[in-house]
Ligand binder design. Sequence first.
Ligand code: RP5
Length: 157
Amino acid sequence: MNMKVAVIMGSASDLEVMSQAINVLEEFGVEVVKRIISAHRTPDLMCEFAKSAKSEGIGVIIAGAGKSAHVAGVVAGMTTVPVIGVPLMTKDLGGMDSLLSIVQMPAGVPVATMAINGAKNAGLYAIQILALTDEALSQKLDQFRKEQTQKVLDATI
Ligand code: RP5
């Protein structure tokens, strides 16, 4: 059975950026579970989601949030499914609040933190994790990298 990737986010206002992760995953043919789950506003839902993720066939969780962005870290504390955090840009502190909330995890509960608004790389990183045990996905990644390289070589200035 092919593993799914969950893309969760703290608010519907995060969707515009987090769509970059969803889009790249869907382009690679990965099934995506999408949920709005807030660490602060829906803690019970978050707990339920994290505890059932593995049995639901989710192989990687991508968690995007802004401000005091706790969704990635708290979910990571409740599952051994790898969690990728995406700190989202904020008006007041330029996303540094989100970045620092996600990146400084205590030893024992890792979260792979992407750049501020780095949702596309989160999607690609999730694909790279799944590709370790999925040959078809691995081949698609090789092709993606080749095309990416060629675009640089073809670019003219
Ligand atoms: C965070 O607060 C969300 O992840 C979002 O980035 C930010 C603002 O949320 P809304 O006020 O737009 O719902 O929890």
